[in-house]
Design a protein around this ligand. Structure first.
Ligand SMILES: [Zn+2]
Length: 67
């Protein structure tokens, strides 16, 4: 059986479920919050927008090397 990936619109939980050839999003529930507000996502690279990148808190390496 094919595996379909879903994402919860409530807690943004990404999970995969085994579905038939004719998957129905109505019977899909989030395993985390048991919400039915899930959306099927395609396992492929896609441009995501709106994602907030965490502030890089990498300490400055300072002056190293030099030669
Ligand atoms: Zn959820």
């Amino acid at each position: 059986m094919p595996v379909y990936e879903y994402i919860c619109l409530k807690c943004n939980e990404n999970f995969a479920l085994l579905q038939s050839l004719y998957p129905s999003e109505r019977n899909t529930e989030c395993p985390k919050c048991s919400s039915t507000e899930v959306k099927k996502v395609l396992s492929s690279f896609s441009c995501v927008s709106g994602l907030k990148t965490a502030p890089s808190s990498a300490p400055a390496p300072g002056f190293g090397g030099g030669g």
